[in-house]
Structure formats: C-alpha cells, structure tokens
Ligand binder design. Structure first.
Ligand code: WT7
Length: 643
C-alpha cells in the first residue's frame, strides 16, 4: 500500500488551539493513562457543576460501570442556569432557521425561560424523576426545550427520529412504558409539510401507558386532538410558572434511552446516564472541536440520532456555545441552502456526514462557490469512513485547504467521540479517525482476543471504561452483557472491523455484524427481514447492504414468495413501501429481488455472506462448502448478469 498523504495542522491553527501539537496531545493522553481516575476526576470537576461532590470516581464491576458515584448534578442546570451569572446570559444559544425561512435567535436566558416553563408544566401534570417521555418532533427549538425540560426533572427521555413510522414509534413507546409523548403537528421538509401527529395517533391506539400527549403547533395545519389525552403546548404554557428549579440528581440517574439497531429484529434501547455522559461530551466539544467562546458551531445531524443528542444539544450547550439548528433539507429551495446558512451566520465549525458530502459533490462546486465560506475554520465528519474523494472535496471546496477535518469515530453506545484527531495537535491522514481520546485504550484483536500486528485487520475493542459509555440495554441487561462484553472477555466489543497502522492511527473499515449503514443511519438486516415477512405475500426474506455511491450502503432484499403469490413490478414497489411503513422512509429498500430459493447452509441458516458478496462483486468466489444447494447461488448470479 502506498503511504497516505499526511496533513499536519497549520502553524496558525496550532498557535490558537486548545491542545497544541503532538506534545500537547501526548501530555493529556499519558496523563490519563497513568491515573485514569484522577484524570477523569479533574475533567469532571472542571467541566461540570456538581450540587454535591462524588465519593468515588469509578466503580467498575465489569460490565457494570458507575461514574462519579454519590455525586449530584443536573444536565439542564449545566446547559442553562450556570451560564446565566456571567457574560453568556444574553449570548445566542440556538440560532434557528426553519426551512421556509423563519429565524429565531434564542439566548441562554431565553432558552432557560422556555425550559423552566415547560418543565413546570410537566411537573404540574405529575411527571417526575424516573418516568419516561417520548419526544417525536421536527428540528425546532422546542425539541431541545423538551429534552432539557425532561432532564431538569430527571424524566428519562427517548427521542424518536421524525422519519420513523407509527409502527416503529409504537414499539419504542411500549418498550419504554412512556407516560408522555411530546410531539408537533408537523414540520417542513423540501417545501412540504411532513405531518407527525397522525403517526402518533396511530401509535397511541396501542399504548395504554401514555397519559399525556403534548402537541406543539409548528405548521398550523388541521390536527385532530383526542379529548383527555392530547394537549396543546401553547394552552399548557398559559398555566406555566417560572419557578421550577433543576432537581439535583444522582450522577448515575438515567438521562436518556436512544433506540438503535442491533443484530436482531428488535431495536435496542441504549441507556445513558447523567454525570459521566455530561462530563465526556463537554470535554470532547473542546478537545475535538477546539471550541472557542466566539465560535458558531453547526452540527447538522438530526436530534433523533446520538450525534444530535451529544453535539447539537448537550455538548454545545454545556460548553456555552452558539449552535445553529436548521429544520429542513440541504437541497431546499436549492442545493446551496447549507452554504447560505454558513455564510449568513458565519459558521466557524461545521460537522456533517460523508453521505451528505457525497450528495452535495454530485450537484457541483458552483453551489458552495457562490458563497462566502471564509468564516469556516474547522470541519468534522461522522457516521462512516470518509472516502478519499469526499475528503478531498470537503477539504478543498468547503475548507479551501485551510480547515482541518476531524474524522470522528464513535457509536450510539459510546455516547461521545472516542477516536478523532485533536485538530491543533494530530496530523491528519484522510480516511483515518487517527488517535484515541485521553483515557481510552482501543486495541485491534483477532477472534480469540489476541492483539494483531500493526496493519492487520481485526476487531476494534476498548480495554477501559469511559464516562459516557452505555450503561445497559433498557429492560435487557443480559443482551447488554452478551452483545458488548462477551465476545472478548473484559473488553468492550464495538462490532467494527479496523486496523491500526505503524503510527498508531486507527482505520475503521465497517461493521462485522448484520448491521447496515445507510446514509450514516444504522439499520439491521434482521429488522428489515422481519418487516418483509410480515407481508402476506412473503415467505422468506434475506437482506444485505449493497455498496452505494451516495448513501454508502443501500438496502437490497432477496425475497421468496408464498404459493399463489406472483412476483411482479407492482409487488416489488408494494414491498418497498411496506418496509417504509413498518420502519420509516429512510429504510425503504433500493432493490427487491424475487427468487425461488435463498442460499442456505445444511442446517437451514441463510448465508447472507454470499448474498453480500453477490451484490458487491456480482459473483461469489468465497467459501461455499457449507452451502446446501449450489444451484441457488448460480441462479441468482445468472439473474444478476441479465440486469
Ligand atoms: C457505527 C455507529 C456516532 C454517530 C453516528 C453513527 C460507524 C461512525 C465513523 C467514522 C468510520 C464510523 C461505525 C460505528 N461509524 N463514525 N468516523 N468512521 N465508521 O452512530 O448509528 O451508533 O453507528 O457507525 O461502524 O460502529 P451509530
């Protein structure tokens, strides 16, 4: 392999950076390695306000971690109240833009008032610490208000991405036993209203635990309200008070549950807790994004994903930043919408995904070139490995060759960024997340848990616990243990394949399990398969990810039909819509392929590996000795040649 290009930070960047040069990075990293508990204790004291100090930094009984045991804090207090005594009180916290063009500049004081009022309403209606609330909203400030109001009282929130269907929403409400659903009539995307309330109504037909459904009026379109269950946000606000202090909560009090796809059909509710999560996301805001007081930070992930939790809401607000929040699509009304926003608010730090970059590349350079992007000083990438062409374009066309790109590797389970360059310290190699954060001890191992030599591919694991790590899977501690801590005894198993080069840089290659990555969204093959087999015409289904130029992977389904059902184009379309209805539009398969049989082992297990190979390379060269009937794969390969 040829040596990759290396991009050291410019002198100018280093001079003003929080962490300067490799010496700066090494000092932090070595410090943490020497005495992790002392290190994290210092970080937590510096970055977070505690009502009561902790007694023990870490109680580690693998796989159960407790951080800052005995300490009391509150996330909403840290994101709001603590900024009000100083120069940040009238600083803009959220610079919001609606897709149709409305603008709201919400200061810390404004946001505090909105959160206190909404929390007072929740409290008055009897919602309290430990109860669960679902948030199903568009990208509007009230979504952030709802999240922070929950944390103020210790209500465990679960944000469900607005692109999920009624079915997916229902499953999450039920799994969590939520007492409240906070939603809106709808939101805007590509010039159209996307309604949310009808999906909530459909879901709530089978959710007896929900007492209150609170609806924010965003679009003003016709909305049916059910008596005794549905309440308008603006009506409740008339009864709100401004006396609703943040509740001091145990450091390990559950903060939120976020559902993500695993290797089975059932999504996992990833649980994060209070003190450790807050400490870690605040620290990484500064280490990775080199955040300065005057920066305008724009992470354009949806709040329904973990990136939205950690780097749209909690990280930036806890660090006292000004963040941009944009409701709609990047291509509305034209392909330069993002660049208009960067120019208009003079965005300094932009954090986005390779899939978005690739989609924008396709539209041409004239769109960004028509705008003044000179305010940008740092770019970020997350969600999947960034391919060389996307890196080069992002660096040259958006960053004008001036801005470092921080490629950040992490997961819903990790809560915050674990592997990424500190931009004023670590020389970049395009496509690599570079080096671990302080206190993290990654390794690349083989299936037996032995470390492999530099350059060799293996499984990425973490040998030490970190403050923002997953605590458990909601309602399923066994699955937590089994999934993350049983593959390699004593270590956290990420589910990713990776290699580490001679310089200690990590190169993540992708998932080793049956999890697909479509536009940076995680989707399980089994989840799509279970959706398909629920359809009356489908006998069996096997789903694999197929390489896709823009979205990274696309969903490709092999389907056998029940007797009497006939494959035809209309059924293909129907099944694609069916999956969108069962899971959400973002899961709509790109391709449905009808087949008489699926490749199986003699014991009847579907060999997805062969199908993956088939859609990737168009032929199957791998080991087929366990395949029961070779003709199945030959037929599928021949079908492919005809396409
Ligand atoms: C999976 C986690 C973390 C927020 C977004 C996704 C892949 C994520 C990178 C990166 C290579 C990456 C991994 C990981 N991934 N970031 N910078 N380079 N791969 O969160 O849905 O929990 O997915 O996304 O495969 O395991 P998620």
């Amino acid at each position: 392999m040829s040596q990759p290009d290396v991009f050291p930070p410019s002198e100018e960047f280093v001079r003003r950076a929080r962490v300067q040069g490799m010496e700066g990075y090494r000092a932090l990293y070595d410090d943490a390695l020497r005495d992790p508990e002392e290190f994290w204790g210092d970080v937590a004291r510096r970055e977070v306000h505690w009502f009561e100090p902790w007694k023990t930094v870490l109680d580690w009984q693998p796989p159960a971690a407790q951080w800052f045991v005995g300490g009391k804090t509150n996330v909403s207090y840290n994101c709001l109240d603590r900024h009000l005594d100083g120069p940040r009180k009238n600083k803009v916290a959220i610079q919001w833009e609606g897709e149709p063009g409305e603008q709201r500049a919400i200061t810390y004081l404004d946001l505090h008032r909105l959160v206190v009022r909404f929390a007072s309403v929740l409290k008055a209606r009897g919602h309290k610490a430990g109860d669960r609330a679902i948030i199903y909203m568009p990208m509007i400030p009230e979504a952030v208000v709802a999240m922070l109001a929950c944390t103020r009282l210790g209500i465990i929130h679960s944000v469900v991405f607005g692109g999920f269907s009624a079915e997916a929403l229902k499953a999450r409400i039920q799994d969590l036993g939520a007492a409240a659903v906070i939603t809106a009539d709808g939101g805007y995307r590509r010039g159209k209203e996307i309604k949310l309330k009808p999906a909530v109504d459909e879901a709530l037909e089978e959710c007896p635990t929900v007492r209150d459904c609170i609806v924010y009026r965003r679009t003003g379109s016709e909305t049916t309200m059910k008596d005794g269950r549905d309440l308008w946000w603006h009506d409740l606000d008339e009864t709100a008070t401004e006396d609703c202090p943040a509740v001091p909560l145990d450091s390990e009090h559950p903060l939120f549950v976020l559902y993500t796809s695993g290797t089975t059909g059932k999504p996992k509710g990833i649980l994060h807790t209070t003190g450790g999560y807050l400490t870690y996301v605040t620290a990484t805001m500064k280490w990775v994004f080199d955040l300065r007081e005057e920066d305008t930070f724009w992470c354009n992930a949806d709040i329904g994903w973990v990136t939205g939790h950690s780097y749209v809401v909690y990280g930036p607000l806890s660090a006292g930043a000004t963040g941009v929040l944009y409701e709609g699509a990047p291509d509305y009304p034209a392909f330069d919408r993002w660049w208009r926003i960067v120019e208009k608010y003079r965005v300094n730090i932009l954090y986005t995904s390779p899939t978005a970059i690739r989609a924008l590349i396709r539209q041409g350079e004239q769109w960004p070139n028509g705008h003044d992007l000179s305010s940008l000083r740092l770019l970020g990438s997350v969600g999947e490995p960034i391919n060389p062409a996307a890196w080069e374009w992002y660096h040259r066309v958006i960053g004008k060759g001036r801005c470092p790109i921080v490629d950040t590797w992490w997961q819903t389970e990790t809560g915050g960024i674990l592997i990424a360059p500190m931009p004023g310290a670590v020389p970049l190699k395009p496509g690599s997340g570079t080096l671990p954060m302080p206190g993290l001890l990654p390794a690349i191992v083989d299936i037996k848990g032995n470390e492999v030599v530099p350059g060799q591919e293996g499984f990425l694991i973490m040998r030490r616990p970190w403050p923002s790590m997953i605590r458990t899977i909601w309602g399923d501690p066994e699955r937590y243990k089994e999934q993350y801590w049983s593959q390699i005894p004593g270590a956290y198993f990420t589910g990713d394949a990776a290699r580490c080069d001679e310089d200690g840089y990590y190169w993540v290659l992708g998932r080793v399990d049956d999890v697909m990555n479509v536009s940076g969204h995680r989707l399980s093959t089994m989840e799509v398969e279970s959706a398909l087999v629920k359809h009356a015409a489908v006998a069996e289904a096997a789903v694999v990810g197929k390489p896709h130029e823009i979205t990274g992977q696309a969903v490709c389904c092999f389907v056998t039909l029940k007797k009497g059902a006939h494959d035809h184009t209309a059924l293909g379309k129907e099944l694609r819509n069916w999956v969108a209805h069962e899971i959400g539009a973002f899961a709509r398969p790109e391709e449905i392929r009808f087949t008489d049989a699926l490749p199986k082992t003699r014991s009847g297990k579907i060999m997805r590996r062969l199908l993956r190979e088939l859609v990737t390379n168009k032929t199957v060269a791998g080991d087929v000795t366990t395949l029961e009937d070779m003709s199945v794969i030959n037929t599928l390969a021949a079908q492919h040649d005809e396409d």
